[in-house]
Design a protein around this ligand. Structure first.
Ligand code: NAP
Length: 307
């Protein structure tokens, strides 16, 4: 039996009828120097079958262009090719606003949402996410801001990112609607969500789980023949390569498939900004992962046998 969803599977985001494909596209690196235009990258992601397009107001701040740069680039694509909007579930994030580390006060979230709408040139966001938990914001205040944005038609659904399971529950307790998504780092090198309760919370609540940095920021894509960063990465790469050779797919596809095989149906965000590599991600649907494969990769990452 092969684990994992098919390309035409859809994962619900909230209770309002919104749903996304199992693989999404991330735009954190969109403002970095690249050969292909932002539009070519977006179109490659659509060809790869992505429907969830994930950005953030802060993207570009530390990786070229400044605060808002990645949203503005995506806004440029949508102005040039407005027909693409209807093919996307458009997601952004707010709440990381240098020089203040985190700000999820109601006033900040309301203003940040308006600013994102302006940069993206759209009337509403499909998914508005709190980027990182603000320890100084009471969940009731966050919930009220999200509810106001929904009532005003500025956002369809709301989600969180980098929240613990307990923080998720605290917010849900105050929200008058279902929380659509949570987002955390998850890859064969970032195993925390498997054990820290976040994936369990997602399954308990029916909240979609979005996996950021599915290739461990590119570490899992280290080309064959080049030395991996450390022995653990080396072991994981070897375990992924064994499946890749057998199924005649790129190693990166096996990493995406490993994430998608979890029963919470995590949605890996493709981070590449290279159209060929973005399209290549689609082969994740042709990986035939077995239980044995999945656990072998886990054991390689743990560096210890399971009890
Ligand atoms: P990733 O897939 O782990 O890493 C992508 C990096 O790997 C790119 O620099 C890419 O370079 C490189 N790479 C090298 N060979 C590759 C190959 N064969 N295939 C694919 N990539 C290859 O993802 P990420 O960019 O770190 O993160 C993905 C998305 O997660 C972001 O865009 C963002 O939406 C989200 N994210 C969210 C948070 C959060 O706090 N919520 C934090 C980090 C990321 P090339 O472009 O040259 O291919």
């Amino acid at each position: 039996m092969s684990l994992g969803p098919s390309a035409d599977a859809r994962i619900p985001l909230g209770n309002g009828g919104l749903a996304v494909a199992p693989l999404g596209f991330g735009m954190w690196r969109m403002a970095e120097p690249a050969e292909a235009s932002p539009r070519a990258r977006v179109e490659a992601a659509l060809e790869a079958g992505c429907t969830l397009f994930d950005t953030a107001d802060v993207y570009g701040y530390s990786r070229g262009g400044g605060f808002g740069a990645c949203e503005s680039l995506l806004g440029g694509v949508l102005r040039e090719a407005p027909q693409l909007r209807s093919r996307m579930v458009l997601a952004t994030k707010a709440g990381v606003s240098p020089a203040v580390p985190y700000d999820s006060s109601a006033q900040h979230l309301l203003e940040a949402c308006e600013a994102s709408l302006r940069r993206l040139g759209v009337e509403y966001l499909d998914l508005f996410q709190i980027h990182r938990p603000d320890l100084l914001a009471h969940p009731a205040e966050v919930a009220e801001a999200l509810e106001r944005l929904r009532r005003a038609g500025k956002i369809r659904e709301a989600g969180v990112s980098n929240y613990s399971a307990a923080q998720l529950e605290a917010l849900i307790a105050h929200l008058p609607f279902a929380l659509a998504s949570m987002q955390s780092e998850l890859s064969p090198l970032a195993l925390e969500p498997l054990a820290d309760g976040t994936l369990d919370a997602a399954m308990r609540r029916g909240t979609a789980f979005i996996a950021w940095s599915p290739l461990a920021q590119g570490r899992l894509a280290t080309p064959a023949g080049r030395l991996a960063e450390d022995a653990r990465t080396e072991r994981v790469i070897a375990a992924l390569d064994a499946v890749a050779r057998r199924d005649d797919t790129p190693r990166t596809a096996v990493a995406y498939a490993w994430i998608m095989a979890h029963p919470a149906r995590p949605i890996p965000l493709i981070g590449s900004q290279n159209p060929t590599r973005i399209r290549e991600a689609r082969s994740a649907y042709s990986v035939h992962l077995t239980r044995e494969d999945w656990y072998r990769i886990l054991v390689a990452a743990r560096g210890a046998r399971l009890p």
